[in-house]
Design a protein around this ligand. Structure first.
Ligand code: CU
Ligand code: ZN
Length: 174
């Protein structure tokens, strides 16, 4: 009896220490997007958005991707209802800039770049985007996050030639 309970306590402490960092960030995150697969896709996941010193921190995990790079954007309309997610419109671009890379000064606010899926098709990331905001004229709240089938080349207008939309989710305050 005594041994069982101390083993249980040790297991709980281990789980708590392993997941501590992520769960604290999830709890304190200001917004979240739950991404669902488009028709013919199995990609899905969750992204948390929190305030950073210079922009917005994104902590996410997407599964069901083909290994490699995938275009990662915020699109104009918070509407993932179409089977191919075309309802989300083009890239979120309140500042009227060309499509570019996340590190470029002149870019769509929605140009988050690429995420990389490992051999198991899982993309796990934690990064700060310098252009996105959680309030004000460049706020991403209410817009849609989209993951694409192919890499964003950071050049082709207006969307980086990233191919089909494989997952879509609306950014909502939590
Ligand atoms: Cu996109
Ligand atoms: Zn763009």
């Amino acid at each position: 009896m005594k041994r069982t309970s101390s083993v249980t306590v040790a297991a709980i402490l281990l789980v708590a220490s392993l997941s501590g960092c992520t769960s604290i960030r999830q709890q304190t995150a200001e917004a979240v997007a739950v991404l669902n697969p488009t028709q013919g896709s199995i990609a899905q996941g969750t992204i948390y958005f929190s305030r950073a010193t210079d922009g917005v921190r994104l902590d996410g995990e997407i599964t069901g991707l083909k290994p490699g790079q995938h275009g990662f954007h915020i699109h104009e309309k918070g509407d993932c209802s179409a089977p191919d997610a075309a309802s989300a419109g083009g890239h979120y671009n309140p500042t009227g800039m060309p499509h570019a890379a996340p590190y470029d000064v002149q870019r769509h606010i929605g140009d988050l770049g690429n995420i990389r899926a490992d051999a198991s098709g899982i993309a796990k990331f934690s990064q700060v985007d310098h252009a996105a905001r959680l309030d004000g004229p460049n706020s991403i709240i209410g817009h849609a996050v989209i993951i694409h089938a192919d890499p964003d080349d950071y050049k082709t207008q207006p969307a980086g030639n990233a191919g089909k939309r494989v997952a879509c989710g609306v950014i909502v305050k939590q």
